[in-house]
Design a binder for this molecule. Structure first.
Ligand code: ASP
Length: 459
């Protein structure tokens, strides 16, 4: 049995949904289908999830625009229903469902209202796609995550599945019909709806694939494969044919938006291979994510870059001798509910790399004051607008001179390397640089590690 997940662009219009049906129809083992909400049909289009967020904000702020924003969402489903030849009744069901969710405003928390409206994007799309499958003779059934028991913890907008969800969902493998399952959300044990992080339908697919022990998790999107570098920055980068879970995890952490980084965990744990494929070109082989990679052409598999990082710099003479210094510093961050990415350190100083969206001027002030007074630091300050450039490859360990090649390529762009971090697994090498150099560096590293082989190689 294969679990297939179709992302937003794959289900954005009637034309796209017809392609999805053809893909499902072409392989009888594709029996569990996870769908996103309708995404962008063209560049400037707005994803239904974003329309729903606007709607939820309008409801929460009691704006007059609620009705108009509701209609904008319903119109997207109407256009798809028309194109698919479905009865208009399904749009009435969807509109009634949205109104019911909106009517809960005031009696549920704001967070729940937001999650509920966001989740309606995939929920209603799954209902429509199941109806379409049946209309063309593909026996299918919409499955509610509540009924199926996709149990998650109680974190609004960033829920995670609990272990018992896998047991509950495992029975889906016995279904005689194709199951159409909405991505992106589950329910707490108390039955409260919670969404995953944005892009979280990938996570649903992965949970289901692990639960039913699928032979393959196919993740359909709108590119033929994962590229070794961002194609918006590097012209025609090399396509990756095979990549390990660890490599993919490192790449999707920093800017590889093709696959949600949390989505690897469930399948990784039990070794279910993932294949990223293109709904618009399903015969292309795609990129396979596996435990062990057969091909090993080059030590580097991909290079990613992501901006939006801040650095908390702390120095104190004889820091290395002070027992518990690091723990106390990280405790201060924990008290502010902040997670950290890297902590490169010297003898008397340490930098903590943090995603900037977690900070605010007030939080920074509190942190700086506490580090000064409680840890008696000599210097403590925040710096902003950094990017992390990540070079990834299983073949990097035992490969001498790689860091030197990377650092030389970076230095030629004129950028100063503010931080270097190599995890002990040696799967990745991270460089912290000022954001303005990000694209130049990505291009320089691509030239260094890939450009020569780009015309002859498919990794
Ligand atoms: N529709 C949600 C989003 O836009 C989840 C997803 O598509 O994976 O983030």
């Amino acid at each position: 049995m294969k679990v297939c997940k179709f992302g937003g662009t794959s289900v954005a219009s009637a034309e796209q949904i017809k392609k999805v049906a053809a893909i499902v129809q072409s392989d009888p083992t594709r029996r569990l289908v996870v769908v996103s909400a309708p995404g962008k049909r063209f560049n400037d289009d707005i994803k239904v999830t974003d329309l729903l967020i606007e709607l939820a904000n309008a409801v929460l702020q009691q704006q007059d625009a609620v009705e108009e924003k509701l209609k904008n969402v319903v119109k997207r489903y109407e256009s798809n229903a028309n194109g698919l030849g479905l009865d208009h009744a399904i749009c009435e069901v969807i509109e009634a469902d949205l109104r019911k969710r909106i009517a809960e405003a005031g009696s549920v928390t704001d967070e729940l209202l937001m999650d509920s409206l966001k989740a309606s994007g995939e929920d209603n799309n799954a209902k429509m796609i199941a109806a379409y499958f049946n209309s063309i003779g593909l026996k299918a059934k919409y499955m509610s995550p509540l009924e199926a028991g996709l149990i998650v913890n109680d974190l609004p907008a960033r829920a995670q599945a609990l272990a018992k969800a896998y047991d509950n969902l495992s029975v889906l493998k016995d279904s005689q019909e194709i199951i159409v399952f909405p991505g992106f959300f589950g329910y707490t044990e108390e039955g409260v709806l919670r969404t995953f992080e944005r892009g979280g339908s990938d996570i649903t697919g992965s949970i289901l694939a692990a639960a039913v022990k699928a032979e393959l998790y196919e993740n359909f999107t709108d590119v033929d494969s994962v590229f070794c570098a961002n194609p918006k920055v590097v012209n025609c980068p090399v396509e990756i044919q095979e990549i390990t879970y660890r490599e993919m995890r490192e790449l999707s952490y920093a800017g590889f938006s093709v696959f949600h980084d949390e989505a690897l965990m469930p399948v990784y744990k039990i070794g279910i291979p993932v294949c990223i494929k293109n709904t618009n070109n399903p015969s292309a082989p795609g990129t396979r994510i596996v435990s062990v990679r057969e091909s090993n052409h080059s030590p580097v598999t991909g290079i990613s870059a992501d901006s939006g990082f801040s650095i908390l710099y702390v120095s104190k003479y004889l820091m290395n001798r002070e027992i518990g210094f690091g723990r106390k510093l990280l405790q201060i961050l924990e008290d502010e509910n902040i997670s950290y990415e890297h902590t490169p350190s010297g003898l008397d100083d340490i930098s903590v790399i943090i995603r900037s969206h977690q900070l605010s001027p007030e939080k920074e002030d509190r942190i700086v004051k506490r580090v000064e007074t409680e840890l008696q630091a000599d210097d403590v300050h925040f710096r902003h607008d950094f990017s992390m450039i990540v070079i990834v490859g299983e073949g990097m360990n035992n490969n001498t001179g790689l860091a030197a090649r990377a650092a030389t390529a970076i230095s030629k762009t004129g950028a100063n390397i503010e931080m270097i971090n190599q995890g002990s697994s040696e799967v990745s090498l991270v460089f912290g640089v000022r954001k303005e150099f990000e694209n130049k560096i990505l291009q320089a590293l691509y030239n260094e590690f890939f450009a020569l082989s780009a015309t002859t190689l498919k990794r």
